[in-house]
Structures are given as structure tokens and as C-alpha cells.
Write a protein that binds this ligand. Structure first.
Ligand code: BG6
Length: 469
């Protein structure tokens, strides 16, 4: 009983939130590099250039680019079985539409993967995590343009070939469903004001086709590769048993399932097609797209889970502050994090069950964690019991899903295993890590790494394969 012996315990990150070195060794600018501090949640003033006098958190981030050895050694000390990271597309193809990749960029990830493998840590790679080469955004309109499929395929062919024997687990797009909420991050186009549904769903279609194509491509290069999808997934509850609210919650879940249906069942759901019809949205498909989607079903489902949401029919109900993807109203049974995310460990068991029930594919919890303010005690320690409690309760519920409900879970990677830049706010203060990084919201600090109390706790969780919580 308990977790399988080969369960992938580890931590998760994304390139633009950790690497820094934003122009090193031939890297091009990415969409993340022009998002100044303070404009993260609501990027209303996108300028597509780096402006003097502004602070851009991705430019240095936590300087993983130069400190990866030290960081990976600490992950190994915790006993990580895997490390989820993303590749920065603009390191490999600085503009995105070149024929030939940037060798120095490829070498960097060779070094990172070799370092992981040295400790027996399996890299889990997100191919596109909230960044696109800026040139593709400004010249082609990002994923609104079908040509992105060809650029992405070339990028993937390069990665799969180069890292054929180093990387087994891949995910095609981080939180693919976020394209409708945050198209700049997830699709390299638009701003909040420009949202019209038509543009976002057409861009999503291009990502679906691109993803399906490279799922197939990976198998031709190394049949052992496992290529997954990745979605921001969480339960939506009705505030009461009023059937109207129950229906609202069910519809909200259908909207999430749309992305899963395409990537795990190979087709658009009837529900979504009807919604498109009502809203006058037409997806332009080319001949062969439907077949590509059917043939490119993913091998596993990766998802992020932080909090659940509640919907209501009540007017003026107090909203939960959450971030823009989450939202909803207050749940009186749950406590919220400092950033308003309503913490709900049982929600994890609920969604593990519903995902497995619907798709019967292995599940991978690739993001879960608590963003909190940490303080350093006078003796230099960081007593982050709140983080331990959050993760402990989530692992407990995940364990029930495995042991009691028979759900197939491949692994668990805690988000931001080392403190990193927040996507939602651009802050450093919103810390998720087992490892503290000395840097503040304005970019000051020595970048020194400090083990928090949760570091030893997580080490013991992994060593006991989830028995000692
Ligand atoms: C997920 C993203 O939405 O949530 C991560 O995949 C992100 O990139 C994480 O960092 C936590 O959100 P935030 O806003 O606290 O950084």
C-alpha cells in the first residue's frame, strides 16, 4: 500500500521565474522579459520593449542560470526523484523563426540535465511555460497565428533530438487553459482589454494541434518518451444545493474539461461546440486537424492545484480575492492564504478522482504549494510551519486518492521548491520554496540560499515515500 516505489517526488519551477541571465549566450527576449514589476497581474501597459528605469523581475530572477549546480545539489539533498523545469524557447531559438538553433542555449540545458542525472533526478520538462520569443509575439501575433505550429514543431524536434537520452517526461504547454485569461503569458498575444473569445480559442486550437503533433513526433525519436498535457485544474463548488448554483458549478467544470477533452479524448466536447455556436465563435480548422488531434492524445495529465472556488447566485456576495484565474466567492469552510487563495486539501482528492474517472490516464500533480511571506528568525532559521501544514494536508489527501480510491498518480512536484518570481504579481515576497532566496520585490539581496524548516520535513517525506508526514 501507499505510494508506488517509483513515485516521482520533487519540485517544480519555470525558466523565466528562476533563470535570469535574460540575454546571456545569445538568448533572445521573451514575452516574460518585457513584463515590468507591478504589471504582472494586469499587463495593461505592454510595450514590447525593455524600458529604462523599470524593474523586470525575469532579468535576473534567482540567477539559476549561474547557480544551477548549487540548487540541484540542494534538491538532491532533499532526495528529489524528479525536477520539473521549463526550457526558455528564446534560449534555443532567440527569435523563434530561425532555421538553426542557438548552440549555447542547448548547451546550458545539457549541463542542467547532466547535473540532475548525476544525482538520479529525472528532469520533467515543460516545453512552453508562460513565455514565447518576443519576436514571435510582435511579428506574428503569437499563437493567434497558425505559423506558430511550425515554429513550435521545429523547437520540439530540436529538443527531442538533442535530449533524446536525457529527458523522458515532457509537457507541451503549461496551464493550457490559461490562454483565455492571460493570453500574453500563455499565448504571446493580446492584453486583457482585447479579449473576445474568438481570438483566444483560435489560438488555443493552434496550441492543441501543435501539442498533438509533437506527442507523435516524440515517439518517432524515442518511443520511451512520455508526453503530457498540463492544465490549471481545481474544483468549483456551488455555494448551496440550489440546483441553479449546482448547474453553474457544473458548467464551470465543463469549461475546464474542454481542454482535457481535446488533449485526452482527441476531440472538442459537444458542450463547448454549442457554446461556440451561441457566442458566434468559429474555429478555423484545416483539413487533417481533427485526425491530428485524435492521434496526438497525451500520455499523462499534469495539473496545477492550489485552491478551490465557489460560485453563487447571490448578488454582491463577498468575493475571494484570489488571483485572476481563480476568483469566486468566499468559502466559509476554508481558510485563505495571505494572497486570498482558499486552501482546500480535500479538493485535491476530489479532482484526482474526477480526472481519473473521466480520462483513465496517469495523473501528475506538477504544481501545488503555498505562497507565503517568510521571515528569518534571529538565529537565522526560517520556521515555515504553515507551508509544512499546507503540503502535508495535500499529500495526505493525495495518498487517500491513491490508497483508498485507486487513482493512478505518477508523482508530485511542489511548486517553487526554491523561492522564485511570482507570475501573478511579479513579487519575490510571495515565497513557495523549501529553500529561501535572499532577494526582495525590488531586486535587492545577495541571492544567498537558506534551507527552511520545510526542507528537512520534505526530505523525510521523500525518504519515507510519503509515510512520514
Ligand atoms: C501557476 C503557474 O499558475 O501558478 C506558475 O504555472 C505560477 O508559473 C504558479 O508561479 C503560482 O502563481 P503565482 O502567481 O503565485 O506565481
Amino acid at each position: 500500500m501507499g505510494f508506488p516505489v517509483d513515485f516521482l517526488w520533487g519540485g517544480a519551477t519555470a525558466a523565466n521565474q528562476i533563470e535570469g541571465a535574460y540575454l546571456a549566450d545569445g538568448k533572445g527576449l521573451s514575452t516574460a522579459d518585457v513584463v515590468a514589476a507591478g504589471s504582472h497581474g494586469v499587463p495593461r501597459e505592454l510595450t514590447y520593449v525593455v524600458q529604462e528605469g523599470k524593474y523586470y523581475p525575469s532579468h535576473e530572477a534567482i540567477d539559476f542560470y549561474h547557480r544551477y549546480k548549487e540548487d540541484i545539489a540542494m534538491f538532491a539533498e532533499m532526495g528529489f526523484k524528479c525536477f520539473r523545469l521549463s526550457i526558455n524557447w528564446a534560449r534555443i531559438f532567440p527569435r523563434g523563426d530561425e532555421e538553426e538553433p542557438n548552440e549555447a542555449g542547448l548547451c546550458f540545458y545539457d549541463r542542467v540535465f547532466d547535473e540532475c542525472l548525476k544525482y538520479g533526478i529525472e528532469p520533467v520538462v515543460t516545453i512552453s511555460h508562460y513565455e514565447t520569443p518576443l519576436h514571435l509575439a510582435t511579428t506574428y501575433g503569437g499563437w493567434t497565428n497558425r505559423r506558430m505550429i511550425e515554429f513550435y514543431e521545429r523547437y520540439c524536434l530540436t529538443l527531442f533530438t538533442r535530449y533524446r537520452d536525457k529527458v523522458k517526461y515532457w509537457m507541451t504547454f503549461n496551464e493550457i487553459n490559461v490562454i483565455c485569461y492571460h493570453p500574453w503569458h500563455a499565448g504571446g498575444f493580446g492584453s486583457l482589454e482585447a479579449r473576445d473569445g474568438q481570438t483566444e480559442y483560435q489560438a488555443a486550437h493552434h496550441q492543441f494541434v501543435a501539442s498533438a503533433k509533437v506527442v507523435q513526433l516524440a515517439k518517432t525519436i524515442n518511443p520511451c518518451m512520455k508526453v503530457g498535457m498540463m492544465i490549471a485544474y481545481s474544483p468549483v463548488y456551488a455555494e448551496s444545493c440550489n440546483p441553479v448554483e449546482v448547474q453553474m458549478a457544473a458548467e464551470a467544470m465543463q469549461r475546464r474539461h474542454f481542454y482535457l477533452d481535446v488533449q485526452c479524448r482527441g476531440k472538442y466536447s459537444a458542450f463547448k461546440l454549442k457554446e461556440f455556436e451561441r457566442k458566434g465563435i468559429t474555429i478555423h480548422m484545416e483539413e487533417g486537424d481533427e485526425r491530428i488531434l485524435q492521434e496526438g492524445i497525451v500520455d499523462f495529465i499534469g495539473f496545477s492545484y492550489y485552491a478551490s472556488t465557489v460560485v453563487t447566485t447571490r448578488q454582491n456576495a463577498e468575493s475571494s480575492s484570489g488571483n485572476m484565474i481563480r476568483g469566486g466567492v468566499k468559502n466559509p469552510y476554508l481558510e485563505a492564504s495571505e494572497w486570498g487563495w482558499q486552501m482546500d486539501p480535500i479538493g485535491l482528492r476530489i479532482i484526482l478522482n474526477s480526472l481519473y474517472d473521466r480520462y483513465q490516464l496517469p495523473l501528475f500533480v506538477v504544481e501545488n504549494g503555498l505562497g507565503a511571506t517568510d521571515s528569518i528568525e534571529s538565529d537565522g532559521t526560517i520556521q515555515d510551519d504553515y507551508r509544512i501544514n499546507y503540503i502535508r494536508e495535500h499529500i495526505r489527501e493525495m495518498k487517500k486518492a491513491v490508497e483508498l480510491d485507486g487513482v493512478e498518480v505518477m508523482g508530485y512536484t511542489s511548486w517553487g521548491c526554491i523561492d522564485l518570481v511570482s507570475v501573478g504579481t511579479g513579487e519575490m515576497k510571495k515565497r513557495y520554496g523549501f529553500i529561501y532566496v535572499d532577494k526582495d520585490n525590488e531586486g535587492n539581496g545577495s541571492l544567498q540560499r537558506i534551507r527552511k524548516k520545510s526542507f528537512d520535513w520534505y526530505k523525510q517525506v521523500i525518504a519515507s515515500n510519503g509515510e512520514l508526514l
